[in-house]
Design a protein around this ligand. Structure first.
Ligand code: SF4
Length: 334
């Protein structure tokens, strides 16, 4: 029986999924995964920081916040040519989507105009494009859509009730508002969060419940594991049990059956066996290649070997007239 796409998950239902015996949960998640995706295909994205550091926000995990002494050197927005060169290299290395991150609280209109130019250029290489630039208003989202942007990344980070422990310079509602603008502009959303920040399991359930109950499930759901960076307030937080991370991936898969669930930051700290469990539990997207914003990412060669050992194949980007999209549906299991 096909698992229905739902937007009315209760916290208790999500908590109950987290509480299932591990093998039970993985079986359930993998069954859902096979209904909607090719279990042997993984979408590969490359992330480039096009404007690094100097951010006025106070996200407790982030080395790019200007107020923390983390050794990150603030850099200006890259030029179109500089970004194009990196996008071409990412494509040559097998990436199908190119994600561009800029450390802004909310970009000015003139910043959005420059990013729009970059987006058009990257898109012309035949890559899917994604950007993460902070909070957007409706007009800015529409400008980016017009430039050819496919996805906008804006994470909820954590559960509503834990958000105030992590970020004080904006509200949860600000995130939800930007996501509304992005959806209304016709952009696909990439939206997930970070675990291992000292939250409880119930709060991990709260993050996933909030994501699953958005008006539409995000097309991509990045699940990050906190990368501890010296100088940030969260450095020294007790590390999350790797199996709890796998459970989080599995629950995300059950709640959002058709979304691409992405292993994002923190993958470098995971051994290959944990990654393999994550792929079984429903992760079907990774970042590779470029530096994952300012923290490291396993190198391309290691990932290629891991893919070969697990018989995983990267999803291709298929170009049809002006539209570029990952050929996800064709890879659905029968
Ligand atoms: S996560 Fe984004 S908004 Fe928060 S401090 Fe870092 S760059 Fe700024």
């Amino acid at each position: 029986m096909a698992h229905a796409i739902r937007h009315d998950w209760t916290r208790d239902e999500v908590a109950a999924l987290f509480g299932l015996p591990f093998n039970e949960l993985l079986h359930r998640a993998h069954s859902v995964h096979r209904e909607h995706h090719d279990p042997n295909a993984v979408q590969v994205s490359t992330l480039l920081s096009i404007k690094t550091g100097g951010c006025p926000e106070d996200c407790a995990y982030c080395p790019q916040a200007a107020r923390y002494d983390t050794g990150v050197q603030a850099q200006k927005l890259m030029t179109v040519d500089q970004v194009l060169e990196r996008a071409q290299a990412a494509k040559d290395a097998g990436a199908s989507r190119f994600c561009m991150g800029a450390a802004w609280r909310s970009p000015k209109d003139r910043d959005v105009a420059k990013v729009a130019e970059i987006v058009s250029a990257v898109k012309s290489l035949g890559l899917e494009t994604c950007a993460t630039l902070g909070m957007l208003n409706g007009d800015q989202a529409a400008t980016l859509k017009q430039a050819g942007l496919d996805y906008y990344n804006h994470n909820l980070d954590t559960a509503p009730e834990f958000y105030g422990e992590i970020i004080h310079t904006r509200q949860y509602q600000d995130r939800l508002d930007t996501l509304d603008h992005v959806r209304e502009a016709g952009l696909k959303t990439c939206c997930g969060g970070i675990v291992g920040m000292g939250e409880t399991r119930g709060q991990r359930a709260g993050l996933l419940q909030t994501l699953a109950n958005l008006p539409e499930h995000p097309e991509s759901v990045p699940i990050n594991q906190l990368v501890q960076v010296e100088g940030t307030p969260l450095n020294g937080t007790q590390a999350l049990d790797p199996f709890e991370f796998v459970r989080t991936i599995a629950v995300a898969r059950v709640l959002m059956p058709a979304s691409m669930v992405r292993l994002s930051a923190g993958r470098q700290q995971m051994d290959d066996a944990v990654q393999a469990l994550c792929f079984f539990a429903g992760a079907n997207s990774i970042f590779y290649g470029e530096k994952l914003l300012t923290t490291g990412n396993p190198d391309v060669e290691h990932d290629r070997q891991l893919f070969a050992r697990l018989d995983l194949k990267p999803l291709e980007v298929v170009e049809t007239s002006n539209t570029v999209h990952a050929d996800i549906m064709q890879h659905c299991a029968a």
